[in-house]
Every structure is written in C-alpha cells, then in structure tokens.
Ligand binder design. Structure first.
Ligand SMILES: [Zn+2]
Ligand SMILES: [Zn+2]
Length: 349
C-alpha cells in the first residue's frame, strides 16, 4: 500500500492493528467534507498511541485526482492502479450503495424489492429443460411443483468441505425430527434441496446417498445461479424459503446450530421467541464455570454484554447470543456445548 508520502508500506506491517477502510472519492462533496473530520479523529487517536490505521479505498476518476485527494490524508491507500483489490473490497463490504445518495439507496432498495417480488420456488429451481429434482432411491425424479407451499431449505455444500461433513449429521437429525413433528401435526411440510459443489459425479453420488432429502442434478447451472442470487460466499450454507417461495433467512445453518429442530420454521417471529426463551433459560445458568475442555474459568456472556458472534471452540460452529468465554485466551463455547468440570480455585482438576 502507499503512505501519503508515496512510500510503500507492507500489508504485513498492519498485522495486529485495528484497520479502518475508508471508501471515498474526491468528486463527491460529502466525502470531501468528511475527510477533514476523519483526519482530526485519526490524529487524535495517533497521538493517544492507539494501534489504529486507516486505508483509503479510492473511487477517484484518475490518478491525478487520487494523488491530490490522498495527499490530504495522513493514512495509507490501496494503490490507484490496483483495480482488482478495490473492486473486491467494494464487493466484500457491499459498497454498491456508494456514493450513498438518497437516489442511489432508493434505487438499490427498489431493485431488492423487485427481486423479492419476482422470486418464486418455480423460477428459482426450474430451468428450460428441467422441472424436477433428484430423489431417493435413484433415479427417482420429484416434480418441483410438488414443493410449492412448503418451507424449503437450499443446502449449499460439498463432500470435500470439512465443516460441511461436520455439519451434516446435525442437519440430518434435525431434518428427521422436523419431518416427524410435521407428520404428527399433519398440516405443513418441509423439504431440503442439496446444491452440490462437489468436484465430480462420483463424489456427488456418494455424498447425496447419505442425505435423506432431494437434490439438483450434479453440475446443473442453476446451482451457480442460485449461489449468486443468494450471495453465498461460503459453505455449508442453508437458505430457507417460506411457503410462498420468498426468502425467510440466509442464516439457516446458524439457527440450526443454536436451536436444532426448534428453529423450524425459521421465521423472524420464531427466532424472537427462541431468543426470549434462551434469555429466560440463561438466568439459571452459572455465571462462572470450569469447562472440561479449557483450563481457565469461563464467564457467561451475552450479545452486547461482553459477547457477540463467535466460533464455538467445542463444536467449531458459529454462535451468537449467550456464550461461555475466557477473554484472555479468546476461548468461547455455546452454553449447550459446556461440560462442567470440577476444579479448585487454582484451576487444577
Ligand atoms: Zn458449540
Ligand atoms: Zn483461558
């Protein structure tokens, strides 16, 4: 990266610092007005010895404009010529809204609304030469029309992906429990469709054979289209569609890790209810506890109260809300993953 004195700075020098990425452009007046404010804030932080750095991600129209504008900034910048990195950062942080004008935001919201309106199960899953999904036993074909009116999970996964292989037994157990529950109620229905990222037909076949649900055929172009449509960046990913074919949540995986089969039907109202229940249950949890997998005492934390999104060190899955934490080690586990160990105050078992 470039410093403001046109000196090159190694990215590795930023390791361990808190970094602000400043998306801005000289031609946009609100940016030009904001830059001096940010400079003042930056210099205050620097004099107080904060371990902080800002990196300018430019949307200037040419190199001269960039040099001029960056000249007014005491921090670093991605080189103007590095279009790839700038584009990737804009995409990663969803800066499509730039320059954040009311018109631009309204246009994006309008596009989002239209996309939502157009979305039906049929136009998501069918293409011009296929109107069915694969079922068991192979080569059973299941018409897509038979899924209309159901809650449907789109499961993006692959056999070569280690977190997927760890997640799938949980998903299968949850799927079977939900199916059982619905048979007893006899009104709604639930289905999962596998979206394969496998490397070849053979691994698809052996992986899909372990799954009790449906699949799009291996190599079907719809898989890629849907990954793009739902902005799937990593697997495993579980997108939940409601009975009307609209997206209910993209957090299916996270919700299953937190609530198992109770997460069904994954709606906002249901999640709110579960969060309340969890807050209620947490009242009876011990504040401090020893867990068999960690040598220090763990503290109960919650979202906004020392906690936040985390990766559970016991089950390797995402978590949020309540957690047991060792701040010193950055160790955190789900309350459900805790196995209490009896220790004395020195930490010895
Ligand atoms: Zn866990
Ligand atoms: Zn610790």
């Amino acid at each position: 990266m470039w410093s403001h004195t046109e000196k090159k700075v190694k990215v590795s020098d930023l390791q361990g610092k808190v970094i602000g990425l400043y998306f801005s452009a000289n031609w946009y007046p609100p940016c030009r007005n904001f830059t001096p404010v940010l400079v003042e804030f930056y210099e205050q932080l620097k004099t107080s010895g904060s371990n902080f750095e800002i990196v300018y991600v430019s949307s200037d129209e040419d190199l001269d404009a960039f040099n001029n504008y960056h000249g007014s900034m005491p921090w670093l910048a991605i080189p103007f010529s590095d279009l790839e990195t700038k584009k990737a950062l804009n995409k990663k942080f969803d800066i499509e809204a730039f320059p954040f004008t009311k018109e631009r935001l309204e246009k994006l919201m309008e596009e989002e609304r239209e996309k939502h309106e157009r979305q039906t199960l049929t136009n998501l899953l069918t293409n011009h030469d296929r109107d069915h999904l694969l079922g068991h036993p192979r080569p059973k074909q299941v018409p897509i029309a038979s899924l209309i009116g159901k809650t449907v999970g789109l499961f993006f996964s692959a056999q070569w992906c280690v977190p997927c292989v760890k997640f799938i037994p949980k998903l299968i157990s949850m799927y079977q429990k939900i199916k059982q529950m619905l048979v007893e109620k006899g009104d709604e229905d639930f289905e999962i469709v596998y979206m394969s990222n496998d490397r070849d037909q053979e691994s698809f076949d052996s992986y899909f054979n372990t799954m009790p649900w449906l699949a799009l055929p291996f190599g079907d172009p719809t898989v890629k289209d849907l990954a793009k449509h739902f902005d799937v960046h990593g697997i495993p990913c579980l997108i939940i569609l409601g009975p009307d074919g609209k997206t209910v949540t993209r957090q299916g995986r996270n919700l299953i890790n937190l609530y198992q089969e109770n997460a069904y039907p994954f709606t906002e109202a249901k999640v709110e209810l579960l969060e309340k229940q969890m807050d209620e249950e947490a009242k009876s949890l011990p504040r401090l506890v020893y867990h068999s997998g960690h040598r220090h005492e763990l503290t109960l934390v919650s979202e906004g109260n020392g906690g936040g999104p985390f990766i559970c060190c016991d089950c390797d899955e995402q978590g949020s809300g309540w957690a047991y934490q060792c701040l010193e080690c950055g160790y955190e586990v789900h309350p459900k993953c805790l196995s209490v160990a009896d220790r004395d105050s020195t930490g010895n078992t």
